[in-house]
Design a protein around this ligand. Structure first.
Ligand SMILES: *[C@@H]1O[C@H](CO)[C@@H](O)[C@H](O)[C@H]1NC(C)=O
Ligand SMILES: *[C@@H]1O[C@H](CO)[C@@H](O)[C@H](O)[C@H]1NC(C)=O
Ligand SMILES: *[C@@H]1O[C@H](CO)[C@@H](O)[C@H](O)[C@H]1NC(C)=O
Ligand SMILES: *[C@@H]1O[C@H](CO)[C@@H](O)[C@H](O)[C@H]1NC(C)=O
Ligand SMILES: *[C@@H]1O[C@H](CO)[C@@H](O)[C@H](O)[C@H]1NC(C)=O
Ligand SMILES: *[C@@H]1O[C@H](CO)[C@@H](O)[C@H](O)[C@H]1NC(C)=O
Ligand SMILES: *[C@@H]1O[C@H](CO)[C@@H](O)[C@H](O)[C@H]1NC(C)=O
Ligand SMILES: *[C@@H]1O[C@H](CO)[C@@H](O)[C@H](O)[C@H]1NC(C)=O
Ligand SMILES: *[C@@H]1O[C@H](CO)[C@@H](O)[C@H](O)[C@H]1NC(C)=O
Ligand SMILES: *[C@@H]1O[C@H](CO)[C@@H](O)[C@H](O)[C@H]1NC(C)=O
Ligand SMILES: *[C@@H]1O[C@H](CO)[C@@H](O)[C@H](O)[C@H]1NC(C)=O
Ligand SMILES: *[C@@H]1O[C@H](CO)[C@@H](O)[C@H](O)[C@H]1NC(C)=O
Length: 806
């Protein structure tokens, strides 16, 4: 079989055949429906036209199996030799397109192009080429108009393919002359958009322009959804004209602002039939995927057939059009070509892709791109970009009326049990719903709900974590629930951190605090009967005893051996000169060091040099020991040692005897993990590598560990204060390691509309000054934009104060 499979059907009833040729690169299976579109157009034309005045339309279809210039050249010669009035081009084969354009130009046969514009613009555009697809310049202008409309000064462009910058040249030019910034990010060969999206998220760029085909765009949206980037904060603009093929319902809900373009005229009388036929054919040929929608190329081919027929009919009024068989070898051209081309440029008709009209360059003019936005029930038209009049938005973007949006809505509040912010009531088993909880945050929430008139449902976070980012960019805990929109607000002791602010929004902090060290109080012992032994360890005492025994024995032996210790006690009694005695008897040998040690001396004095040496050494030893003992004893007995062995975080970091740790998966842990400060890095290495783990599941567990083992727990100062008030065996070491605030967390972008920046309806201020809740008192300074909450927690007798700034 030749690579070109000819599908044309022999004509039955031909007076004067109007036969354009169509070259298609549409696969047979799961096709874009281009063949069908041409057949539908042909049937519809043949059915409707007046048989007595026009001939029958026949379209020769050629299959393009691969995009090769050489093979295309051969095929064009075959096509020309059949005699055609026009060539309708393949929708995606850049190399073939340029060859078709050149050959048609030589032979003066009109070429109606449905493919995207050539990247390398032909120096002198072939007079015979008509571009049916909206030009890239128009799309760029429309995108630029949208950016202006959305007031976005910073945007990001994601390019799936290298030619995107050339395609959107006009858009880039706009940025060159304005103060606005556009960052361009190109997908690499791995085609994985996750790293790009993470960068965009970290840059906090809210407007994302995506230049990719429908498949790739869908992948980008999926990844964005995993990264929590499908929130009100972001606006996505898709440049692909096949926006309607993007299946949005499985990735995004209507809260995200996703905008794209469509050229289809859904009110065209043939449109419904067209979609139905494509759908039916799709279901016959392709069973593994559902029919997504109308591909642009098939609708363009449909319109191309109509445009050619309209032009030929016009031309036929003045001259009898006949197709001529042309040969590649001769220089003969089609004599009607130029006239037909002129008529083609004058064609005006309403097609499936809107109003069809061409300008002098053979490009679409006087048509409109409809601007579509996702909404609850599919895509909704929000505006129109007209090639002459520019952008006109039909409706204002929903201006959110806060009282309106929150009024009578039930918000899901995610929170975590943490004293004193959220606690279970003692009789919580008997209670239901929100009544089960009490605490600072619960009271604050109650007041907020009262002011903003919303209802809420408190739900504890599924995994019991505050939220840390995982390796693949997803978040755990309450932050994760906000990102995935399982919850609308996170009201808890949720610390505002820079990483979290990239993925969720926070209210202004309602409480400021820092990380502190909790340790148990080092209680001074009462002096016991043997506390005089305390200055030295038992080992020292033991060795002192051994030294004493050794010195005594040595003294005894040395005294025995030396002749100078033997003396005559009665030198006058000459006759008894052989009576020599030694004063170092065993008893005296033991007594003499004792006398020396007690610094009392004794009547025994060494006489020989050897015994004097032994005594001297012992006395020197005694001097040092006694001095040390005296000094230590004073310290031990007079000062009640209240202070702990560590006094600051540096002391803690410098030692390893006392273990220390934080709550697992909380902001304190992340603080150490991400700290650049050397001491904290060292502490993180210690905590991270310590086995068994020094991380605890809850504050209670940490406190139990502090009380029962040699462990210091790092936690937030408010919590530290709270527990210190309740247990006087706990103390805080040093000051705060950092300062930060607790805020109410909400999905990114909500803050503009919901809780933080809203106009609190004016109310009688006295209403607030007298508010009392179960165990909270709320007062305010007469300024409704700023309210101070003072909570008196009766049970524990402390004040927690907080300022909520609206
Ligand atoms: C077809 O042509 C005949 C004769 O020229 C004319 O009377 C009739 O109105 C035409 N019908 C259509 C549908 O154009
Ligand atoms: C041109 O018009 C003549 C009658 O005027 C008709 O016979 C012929 O079929 C027409 N050709 C085309 C291509 O419509
Ligand atoms: C853009 O700014 C103008 C004037 O500042 C404002 O009227 C318009 O509503 C803003 N548009 C959007 C979408 O916020
Ligand atoms: C969409 O673009 C990607 C590359 O960006 C390409 O791999 C894929 O084949 C394209 N899909 C279609 C249907 O053209
Ligand atoms: C859609 O087509 C119908 C009928 O062809 C036409 O009346 C209408 O103006 C077209 N709408 C647009 C937006 O082009
Ligand atoms: C295609 O047809 C099927 C069944 O006839 C229908 O369920 C589906 O919604 C149609 N798809 C579109 C995009 O119209
Ligand atoms: C918001 O909605 C409420 C009730 O629906 C209405 O009374 C109020 O005027 C609206 N505010 C604005 C600014 O539109
Ligand atoms: C609030 O919502 C409930 C249920 O959604 C509805 O029954 C009730 O009428 C609404 N109240 C107001 C004042 O809109
Ligand atoms: C990301 O990691 C979390 C656990 O860290 C896992 O539950 C989740 O499935 C991962 N997501 C993807 C897309 O790999
Ligand atoms: C504090 O420690 C002392 C001694 O270990 C113990 O007797 C006392 O019960 C502890 N107090 C509290 C509140 O745990
Ligand atoms: C404040 O509360 C007290 C007692 O609860 C009550 O007597 C007093 O009238 C209240 N004041 C106002 C302004 O509501
Ligand atoms: C309310 O508080 C803000 C911020 O502290 C201050 O700028 C403003 O003047 C205050 N308004 C009144 C009426 O006190």
């Amino acid at each position: 079989m030749s690579p070109w499979e000819q599908l044309s059907v022999a004509s039955l009833f031909v007076l004067s055949p109007v036969s354009p040729a169509a070259i298609l690169d549409d696969p047979m299976e799961c096709s874009r429906g281009e063949r069908l579109a041409i057949t539908l157009a042909k049937d519809s034309i043949n059915r409707n036209t007046n048989r007595s005045t026009t001939g029958k339309l026949e379209v020769d279809i050629f299959e393009l199996l691969r995009d090769s210039e050489y093979e295309m050249g051969e095929t064009m010669c075959q096509i020309m030799s059949k005699g055609v009035v026009a060539v309708l081009g393949p929708s995606a084969s850049p190399a073939s397109n340029s060859i078709i354009s050149n050959i048609c130009g030589e032979k003066e046969v009109p070429y109606v192009k449905v493919a995207p514009e050539d990247i390398l613009k032909v120096q002198f555009p072939r007079f015979t080429t008509l571009d049916l697809r909206p030009t890239n310049t128009d799309i760029s202008l429309a995108v630029a108009g949208l950016l202006t409309f959305f007031n976005s000064t910073t945007s990001c462009l994601i390019c799936a393919q290298a030619d995107c910058l050339l395609n959107l040249e006009q858009l880039l030019r706009q940025f060159l002359i304005s103060k606005e910034t556009l960052s361009v990010r190109m997908l690499d060969d791995s085609q994985d958009p996750t790293p790009l999206l993470k960068e965009i998220r970290d840059d906090k760029t809210a407007t994302i322009i995506v230049d990719a085909n429908a498949t790739m765009s869908h992948i980008i949206l999926e990844r964005a959804s995993e990264l929590g980037m499908l929130s009100v904060y972001y606006t996505y603009i898709f440049t692909s004209l096949e926006f309607s093929l993007l299946r949005l319902d499985d990735v995004a809900d209507q809260r995200v602002n996703i905008v794209g373009f469509s050229v289809f005229n859904k009110t065209h009388p043939f449109f419904q039939d067209f979609v139905l036929s494509l759908n039916r054919s799709w279901q016959e040929n392709c069973d593994h995927a559902p029919f997504a929608g109308t591909p642009l190329s098939s609708a363009l081919l449909f319109d191309a057939v109509y445009a050619v027929v309209a032009a030929v009919q016009e031309l036929n009024r003045s001259q009898n059009v006949g197709a001529t068989q042309l040969s590649c070898k001769s220089s003969k051209i089609w004599e009607h070509g130029t006239s037909l081309m002129n008529y083609l440029r004058m064609v005006e008709l309403e097609g499936l892709t809107g109003h069809i009209e061409f300008n002098s360059k053979g490009q679409r003019s006087n048509y409109a791109l409809r601007i579509m936005q996702n909404s609850k029930d599919g895509l909704r038209q929000i505006g129109l970009w007209h090639s002459e009049d520019g952008l006109s938005m039909e409706r204002k973007l929903p201006s959110i009326n806060v009282t309106d949006t929150l009024f009578n809505t039930t918000l899901t509040i995610t929170t975590i049990l943490e004293n004193p912010y959220v606690m279970l009531r003692q009789n919580h088993q008997e209670l239901e719903g929100n009544d089960r909880y009490e605490g600072f945050c619960v009271d604050m929430l109650k007041e907020l709900a009262d002011i903003l008139k919303f209802k809420y449902r408190i739900r504890l976070v599924g995994d019991g974590l505050y939220g840390v980012p995982g390796a693949n960019g997803t978040w755990t805990g309450m932050v994760g629930e906000l990102i995935s929109r399982k919850a609308d607000l996170a009201v808890a002791g949720l610390t505002i951190t820079a990483e979290r602010e990239k993925v969720i929004d926070f209210s202004k902090p309602f409480m400021t605090l820092g990380i502190s060290i909790m340790y148990r109080v080092h209680l001074g012992r009462r002096p016991g009967y043997f506390s005089f032994l305390d200055p030295f360890s038992p080992g020292v005492w033991l060795f002192m005893l051994l030294a004493y025994l050794a010195v005594s024995c040595v003294l005894f032996l040395v005294a025995r051996l030396t002749p100078y210790e033997w003396y005559n006690p009665h030198p006058c009694l000459k006759g008894r000169c052989n009576l020599l005695i030694n004063q170092y008897s065993l008893g005296n040998s033991f007594w003499f060091p004792v006398g020396g040690f007690m610094q009392q001396g004794s009547t025994i004095a060494p006489r020989a040099l050897s015994t004097r040496c032994v005594s001297g050494v012992w006395w020197a030893f005694t001097l040092i020991i006694i001095s040390s003992y005296t000094a230590n004893l004073a310290a031990f007995l007079t000062v009640q040692r209240m202070e702990v062995p560590i006094e600051s975080v540096d002391d803690l970091a410098d030692q390893t005897a006392i273990e220390y740790g934080t709550m697992h998966g909380g902001s304190t842990m992340t603080f150490f993990q991400n700290s650049r400060y050397q001491t904290y890095q060292r502490m993180w290495n210690f905590m991270h590598s310590k086995k068994p783990s020094v991380f605890v599941k809850s504050t209670e567990e940490g406190i139990a560990r502090v009380l029962n083992s040699n462990y210091a727990y790092l936690l937030e100062s408010t919590m530290n204060e709270y527990y210190r008030q309740r247990n006087c065996n706990l103390t805080q070491i040093g000051g705060l390691l950092d300062t930060k605030g607790y805020g109410i967390g909400m999905p990114l972008g909500e803050s503009n509309h919901r809780v933080s920046e809203r106009s609190v309806p004016r109310k009688n201020p006295s209403r607030f000054s007298n508010l009392t809740s179960t165990h909270g008192v709320i007062s305010h300074n007469g300024n409704l934009s700023e309210m101070c909450f003072f909570f008196f927690l009766q049970k524990i007798n402390i004040f927690v104060s907080a300022k909520v700034v609206f």
